[in-house]
Design a protein around this ligand. Structure first.
Ligand code: MV4
Length: 512
């Protein structure tokens, strides 16, 4: 095992890696920008190196500077986390060339999955199902019409260099095709500097289901089941769960085998994720592979009992996976809510400020993977995701109830957050039935956002309860005396209805 590992990231994932290191007896080196000088990941690591000013381009994206820091501090490995440098082939290569272990896949595997069309070709070769369509760039509208007619409308035009939905156009009938092709090519050129666009059959109302894979450097490649990631908005996931209501053990085995085949074909090792569209008829199609640890990895950890981040490090150190495919099967249900500094009542506008009062949920089956604390300044330099709240329970219904309870326990003062959005989703009938697809959230948002103002009486009671609760919080607990009997409205604690009122106030969101 390594003596020391550098964590090339910030926020909750940096802290997650630091925790894994500590459990493995590996010393950790954090890196930080000006804005993060007092961040939790810096304090919790064994050492920390300042790498530059706040903007990512001048700090967390400075690969050469980060590698230099690793060498200066005598680290033998670099964990990139997600985002930033995690999927840059050149960085993985530079880490390796510096004689350090990159905690992730080989640079060659990052490269072969980096281009969407190359990944598609690779998947086809591995026998992994992909959406019917082409891989060659379309020459003109005439060729597009011929190809579209072959697959049947609706079709989807996609940028070959693409990702994140840029350069994508749905075409429902031939008359729209020429204009859509021109628009997709223009958008692709602007976004990726490459106007190559190809055609796929458009899959209507699918789910986004992804398979976690894990492989060592000794020929073992396993899958750890699926994550349901359909609750997303503008390609930003908000809620993930494992398993998926739409995946039976048989489908899991087939999707898992398809993911393992694609990963093997790419020469993959370490943790990775194959993204699929799961159609309503149960057919599934490989989209792309994410060659990093993902934000939503905890739901897989909770249902499989496999510590993915620890195994990433152990695999990078040359260890063998000691378990086999037959040892892995999901137990219970896990849900993750991304707690972001976004104002859900105002179109998810980014919110900034200093975290004031912070109360974190705990109790049975609750996990908080966070990168914030009281006093944290939330600005606009980095991603708005502050933390992840993850729960595990026996069944999906129990997990939803547990998440709702945990969200009620959460208070983040100082910035607007996605907490209330998540509460509304946990209360939503369609979500509770598991009746979701990639379009669900954007269609459902208006009714989730519609705030039902409480009746005046409830409102007044809630405000009064808040005042009582505030008074009780600072009160000393003394036994009742003759001069101050129980229930008297002196300074002592007030028994009885206050608990219920406090709860009502909390439910109404009227918290101090
Ligand atoms: C699709 C699709 C429907 N049919 N391909 C969006 C991002 C890109 N990586 C793939 N995407 C899609 N490809 C076919 N043939 C629908 C999407 C899609 C989507 C996929 C996963 C998660 C969220 C999504 C949101 C909108 C569209």
């Amino acid at each position: 095992m390594f003596d020391k590992l550098l964590v090339a990231n910030r926020g909750e994932i940096a802290l997650r890696v630091v925790r894994a290191c500590r459990e493995l007896g590996v010393r950790s080196v954090a890196v930080f920008s000006d804005a993060d000088a007092r961040a939790p990941h810096v304090r919790e690591a064994d050492e920390a190196v300042h790498i530059g000013p706040s903007p990512s381009a001048e700090s967390y994206l400075r690969g050469e500077r980060i590698i230099e820091a690793a060498r200066e501090r005598g680290a033998q490995a670099v964990h990139p986390g997600y985002g930033f440098l995690s999927e840059r082939e050149w960085f993985a290569r530079a880490v390796r060339d510096a004689g350090l272990a990159f905690v992730g896949p080989p640079p060659e595997a990052i490269a072969s999955m980096g281009s969407k069309t190359a990944a598609r070709t690779l998947a086809i070769g591995a026998g992994t199902p992909v959406v019917p369509g082409t891989t060659e760039a379309l020459r003109d509208a005439g060729e597009a019409a011929t190809v579209a007619a072959r697959f049947g409308y609706p079709v989807l035009l996609k940028a070959a260099a693409g990702g994140g939905g840029k350069g994508m156009r749905v075409v429902r009938a031939e008359p729209e095709l020429a204009a859509a092709l021109a628009a997709a090519q223009r958008e692709a050129k602007n976004a990726f500097g490459d106007d190559a666009v190809y055609v796929e059959k458009y899959i209507e109302g699918p789910r986004h289901v992804e398979i976690q894979v894990l492989g060592d450097h000794h020929g073992t490649m396993l899958h750890l089941g699926e994550r349901e990631c359909s609750v997303q908005r503008r390609h930003q996931k908000m809620i993930e769960e494992a398993p998926s209501v739409a995946v039976s053990p048989d489908l899991r085995a087939r999707m898992g085998a398809a993911a393992v085949a694609a990963a093997r074909a790419a020469g993959y090792a370490n943790a990775g994720t194959c993204e699929f569209l799961l159609a309503r008829d149960g057919s599934f199609f490989f989209l792309e592979m994410n060659t990093r640890i993902q934000v939503e990895h905890p739901v897989t950890e909770l249902v499989t009992g496999v510590d993915l981040v620890q195994w990433q490090i152990r695999i990078a150190a040359g260890e063998r996976l000691p378990f086999a495919q037959a040892d892995i099967s999901p137990r219970g249900w896990a849900i993750e809510c991304r707690i972001t500094s976004e104002d859900f009542a105002n179109g998810f506008l980014p919110s900034t400020g200093r975290i004031g009062f912070l109360q974190l949920p705990s109790g049975p089956g609750v996990r908080w993977d966070g990168g914030i604390e009281e006093g944290t300044e939330v600005g606009l330099f980095y991603d708005p995701m502050l933390a992840k709240l993850i729960v595990h329970a026996g069944t999906r219904d129990q997990a939803i109830a547990r998440m709702h309870r945990a969200l009620l326990e959460l208070t983040v003062d100082g910035v607007e957050t996605s907490r209330d959005f998540h509460l509304r989703v946990m209360e939503d009938d369609e979500f509770r039935r598991g009746d979701i697809s990639i379009q669900w959230l954007e269609q459902r948002l208006p009714s989730l956002t519609a705030v039902k103002p409480p009746p005046d009486g409830v409102r007044a009671a809630a405000i009064a309860a808040t005042l009582f609760a505030e008074r009780d919080r600072g009160a000393r607990s003394t036994p009742p005396t003759a001069a101050s009997p129980a229930g008297a409205h002196a300074a002592g604690p007030v028994a009885g209805p206050v608990g219920g009122w406090a709860r009502a106030a909390r439910l109404e969101g009227l918290r101090p």
